[in-house]
Design a protein around this ligand. Structure first.
Ligand code: ADP
Ligand code: MN
Length: 515
């Protein structure tokens, strides 16, 4: 018997995968289908079953998924912890506002001024991975409103006869505009211009005003308690707070909803917010939240435990920190790839176990996985050569093996393949690095051979082409054995000499195995 009935596992229910349909959580299907034993054992099926389970666990999410996930106004206030933390944030902000007023009072018109910057409780959002739990950072919003702008005299002009100046006079108007900047919310940075004879054109002033107001509105939204979205229940309160901070700080505009939920992570889509001095936020972002609650990560110990980059830290860490490390790994690996010019998401910010990156796709629609897209034979061939090239670059330039490379982790966007999901990627000298590479090669070869690319190398040829090694075994078993022998050789060398055979820096050369 090779057919096993599996209830509630209908990956083909509806057009396309769940994340592509309107409701990203999908409605669980109850039809039972039969599938082969191989299917039952498959990772992907396990993922799909997991998804079904989560749909059952968070049924409310389905209804809420239509609206945005976090906009700054729909935050869930049902949790006491959350409420307390939000109050603390507000308190801190009011405290800072008070500081700012004091600062202003003391400084007055003086050319030399003192700053209370160091006493502020909140700071602009940055990428530090500090340990503090409440690291709310926002310096722009103030619940206190400024005075009303001074109005122009009703008759609209002053002077008499020839000397008449109207409110439209360029100089008067420019000065007035500059003065009016004082009426922007106090935390709106207007520079020193107010004390000088600076003239602002109407156009510039209006643009500034518009910006100041929209900032203020964003701040005001905070103070309104509105109906909250239950979609937030998909992540724990601490994570929700973290996401909320990102929106509240203006870094993100809105978090629209969930685009994927897997065993180890939940991925959200968001619209990017304001750029900061040193950072441009992409118009659309993907937020990968590494799950802190599930223990599936235990299965992945072998990836990280043996990764020398994390070795010293691993033993001392608690599970929460280990999960942060996954996020950190994904960030570092993406950065290496970015530097090598491999198409992949660009890192925006890492905050604890939450990684914000650029979104591959458009208008909230993620680019399809290679497994879900039907390519012309020409594109298929193009994709194959591109991947071959990327695998080589990854190995040689980034000193990395993807370690979960398959049609599930490659997206088709802009006529090319993008690599994602690199938290588990390791360096080739990882004790299992070459085995992981061989598995990657097998996935890629099989996909393209099945996809009708006649030029596709078999997995052994591909392995040699990527690694530059020359393993001659002509069958899988022997090939695998040689790979393991190489790995062992490297490990023995490490044991004896305390150093890898290869020379490597963080973005250095690939390992060269002495044979
Ligand atoms: P997992 O470990 O759950 O497989 P992935 O990084 O593969 O995590 O992300 C899961 C899914 O989320 C992907 O298959 C893809 O559809 C979507 N996704 C992840 N990152 C992005 C991104 N930067 N842009 C668009 N979609 C993304
Ligand atoms: Mn994936």
């Amino acid at each position: 018997m090779d057919s096993v009935g599996v209830a509630a596992a209908a990956p083909d229910a509806g057009p396309g995968p769940a994340w592509q349909s309107k409701c990203p959580w999908g409605a669980p299907s109850t039809t039972s289908i039969s599938c082969s034993l191989a299917d039952v054992m498959s990772e992907q099926l396990a993922k799909e079953l997991q998804l079904e389970e989560e749909n059952a666990a968070f049924p409310e999410v389905v209804a809420a998924a239509e609206g945005p996930f976090i906009t700054g106004e729909n935050i869930d206030t049902s949790s006491d912890l959350m409420l307390a933390q939000m109050l603390q944030m507000e308190f801190d902000r009011e405290y800072d506002a008070q500081l700012r007023r004091e600062e202003k009072k003391i400084n007055g018109d003086s050319k030399v001024s003192i700053s209370f910057e160091n006493y502020r409780k909140v700071h602009p959002y940055d990428s530090d991975s500090s340990e503090d739990e409440v690291d709310w950072q926002d310096t722009r919003h103030d619940p206190y409103r400024a005075d009303k702008p001074t109005t122009t005299p009703r008759r609209g002009f002053i002077g008499k006869g020839k000397d008449i100046t109207t409110k439209h006079d360029e100089v008067v108007c420019g000065r007035k505009n500059t003065a009016r900047m004082e009426n922007f919310a106090p935390e709106f940075q207007v520079g020193d211009g107010i004390g000088m004879d600076l003239k602002l054109s109407n156009q510039v002033f209006n643009a500034l005003k518009q910006h100041a107001y929209s900032e203020e509105r964003r701040s005001a939204r905070l103070h309104e308690k509105k109906e909250h979205s239950t979609a937030e229940k998909a992540v724990d309160p601490k994570t929700r707070l973290l996401l909320y901070k990102m929106v509240n700080s203006g870094m993100l505009e809105t978090i629209t909803g969930c685009i994927s939920t897997g065993k180890e992570s939940v991925v959200f889509h968001a619209y990017g917010g304001n750029a900061t001095e040193d950072k441009v936020i992409p118009p659309e972002c993907a937020i990968k939240v590494f799950k802190t609650t599930l223990n599936e990560f235990k299965n992945r110990d072998k990836y990280i435990k043996d990764d020398y980059r994390f070795k010293d830290r691993f033993s001392k860490l608690n599970p929460r920190k280990i999960i942060r490390m996954w996020a950190e790994k994904e960030m570092h690996n993406l950065t290496r790839m970015q530097n090598a010019g491999i198409p992949c998401p660009q890192v925006v910010i890492l905050k604890k176990h939450v990684l914000v990156m650029s979104f591959i796709g458009q208008d909230q629609v993620p680019a399809p996985k290679l497994k879900d897209v039907t390519l012309s034979s020409e594109d298929m061939k193009k994709a194959y050569y591109q991947i071959l090239n990327m695998m080589q670059q990854l190995y040689r330039e980034c000193n990395l093996v993807h370690a979960d490379l398959s049609e599930y982790n490659m997206l088709w966007h802009d006529e090319k393949v993008w690599l994602i999901d690199v938290s588990q990627s390791v360096e080739p000298t990882h004790p299992h690095g070459l085995e992981f590479l061989f598995r990657d090669c097998r996935n890629v070869s099989q996909f393209f051979q099945k996809g009708g690319v006649a030029e596709a190398l078999n997995e052994r040829e591909l392995f040699n082409a990527v690694s530059g090694l020359n393993i001659t075994a002509d069958n899988e078993v022997d090939f695998q054995a040689e790979i393991e022998a190489l790995e062992k050789m490297n490990e023995d060398h490490v044991q004896n000499h305390g150093k890898k055979l290869s020379t490597f820096s963080s973005d250095g050369d690939p390992p060269i195995y002495d044979e």
